[in-house]
Design a protein around this ligand. Structure first.
Ligand code: GRG
Ligand code: 1GP
Ligand code: MG
Length: 252
């Protein structure tokens, strides 16, 4: 089975090339300003769009993807909160197993429900060990999933969880402080996890400045995900994209 997106992520990791993913929340997208933002993403060489949310009340993922395809060539990856969040017109889906939690529904239950639809969808499946890290306050995802995040300063728990995810056959690890996190996953935790697993590492939650983006990349994140910061201030996009490109030039 072809898996172009995963292959690209793995080869970028081998080349030490970092990527920027923009989280588009269907409930927060303003269709008026959406097109302008999409052009800015293309101009600033955004690598991926993640589309999704813990709780989605508007059924507009399909429409959003039509507009994204008209304005950009950036791949679209669904970032689902549950088994209802499947949109076959995307390129891929992060099939998250919430391995930091102990809620069987988010470890395997939703996946059993979704499996036949996912198979029919033709979406590229990106099997992802999804880890929530405490970030100063309860986030939507920890509330909705009814799981306790890994304590912010317990890097060893994060390392062992990521190692177990890798041994269980996950293809990516996602360290998430949760959308709108008060502070991002610590560079120390990112560094320890990246040294102990060889899977590509996605890091998100609370990255809202070029400095925090660079700190995550230096610590070993392969893909950084940013949502809230761009919703609040779209002008930050060029600054953070520049930080990613500067990092990539520094290792080229
Ligand atoms: C089987 C399928 C199709 C999916 C698996 C679903 C699982 C296990 C999800 C893990 C738990 C979860 C609820 C993840 C949601 C992650 C996500 C899309 C976060 C985006 O941020 P929000 O949590 O929506 O933050 P805001 O409060 O800022 O909107
Ligand atoms: O919205 P922010 O805080 O950038 O978080 C992005 C993403 O990692 C959330 O799941
Ligand atoms: Mg949301």
């Amino acid at each position: 089975m072809s898996r172009p997106i995963l292959d690209k992520i793995v080869s970028n990791k081998q080349l030490q090339k970092k990527s920027l993913a923009v989280l588009l929340d269907p409930d927060k997208v303003e269709l008026n300003s959406f097109e302008t933002f999409l052009y800015a993403c293309a101009e600033n060489r955004v690598d991926y769009f993640l589309v999704g949310g813990s709780l989605i009340t508007k059924n507009i993922m399909g429409e959003m993807i039509v507009v994204i395809r008209q304005k950009t060539n950036i791949p679209v990856i669904i970032f689902p909160g549950n088994s209802l969040h499947i949109e076959p017109t995307a390129d891929a889906i992060l099939l998250l197993s919430l391995i930091s939690g102990r809620n069987p529904d988010y470890l395997i239950g939703q996946h059993v429900i979704a499996a036949p639809l996912l198979k029919q969808s033709g979406l590229e499946i990106l099997s992802t060990g999804y880890m929530l890290i405490d970030s100063g306050r309860q986030t939507t995802v920890s509330y909705i999933s009814n799981t306790t995040p890994i304590p912010h300063d317990k890097a060893d728990i994060a390392v062992c969880t990521a190692m177990a995810g890798e041994m269980l056959g996950q293809k990516l690890i996602y360290l998430d402080g949760g959308s709108g996190a008060m502070y991002p996953v610590s560079p120390k935790m990112i560094e320890k996890v990246s040294k102990n697993v060889s899977l590509p590492l996605i890091v998100g939650g609370g990255i809202n400045s070029p400095e925090k983006a660079t700190a995550a990349l230096e610590a070993g994140a392969d893909i950084i995900v940013i949502g809230n910061a761009f919703e609040k201030n779209p002008a930050l996009l060029s600054e953070i994209a520049e930080a990613v490109q500067t990092f990539n030039l520094s290792i080229a």
